[in-house]
Ligand binder design. Sequence first.
Ligand SMILES: [Zn+2]
Length: 331
Amino acid sequence: MRNHPLITAFFYKLYAGRGTILMLHNVVETEDDIVHPDLEITIKNLESLIIYFKEADYDIISLDQISDYLMPKKKSKKFVIFTFDDGYKSNLTLAYPLFKKHDVPFTIYVTTSFPEKTVKLWWYALATLINSLEIVSFSYLGKNYQFLTITSDEKLQAIREISTIFYHSDDIDELIKILFTPHNIKLKDFTDNYVLTWEDIIFLDEDKLVTIACHTHNHFSLKDLSASDAKWEMVYSKSLLEEKLNHKIKYFAYPFGKIEHASWREFKLAEDVGFLTSTTNRSGNVFFKHHLHLHAMPRVNVTSYQSHENITSILGKRQTRLNKGKRIIID
Ligand SMILES: [Zn+2]
């Protein structure tokens, strides 16, 4: 009975709101190319999502249009906005042709250390390492770690747990050395292959279907920074994008985006810096009430292991579990 269509429809009606901002990251060609399941979607699943929303009579819109849809009674149809975080090369090579084919808009929230090539893509190096091993063991800060990484579930679990060690580390370079040097994994290879260049971003920006937006410079958890450092992350990346693209950058997404990474102080900072809207990684759909909370707009994460035949349930019933029944997510 858990997935009875009437129950799914009931929760969808209550939870789907005015529309949805989808959060995606990297795109891969086939299931066999999946390296980091938390961050990837196959081109086939991405296309099935676009088709789903078209057939479900949603308006697929750009961030520029959202304020129109948040005015009561202004538009009758629900909206969906596709957003890609960070600035992966596949947003150009795989996603862009698909959005062109369907003539629908999308946004890329660029972390400017990506095109600057100063980013350390340890999360992809980590996923690559784990995919090549059946056991991962290392010592860090006097503690020994060991992870069995035989099945795909074990691999994903190890990626998540070791990522958490990275998030809380004050010395990422030391972790990188401990984990990757013995296996001859070089971070530069990932920076060379995985990220959009400035040339790519300028090319994409010239297409009216593409909105280039801001996602800080270094992709730090802003809540862990001083207010002035957090503000610098926003201002520096915004001005770098504006200088390269020669126009205002109006929209922002908080790195990681959960409550432990960005909250009221960061919402206020994003507004003060001059962004018109900012999106989090709190799971939820967008309601009329969000016109009062434009710097705390929730999104729905889309990754490789979600069933795209079941998107109605993801937009409705799954939100009840993720938010303990709460419908309108603003903090
Ligand atoms: Zn990000």
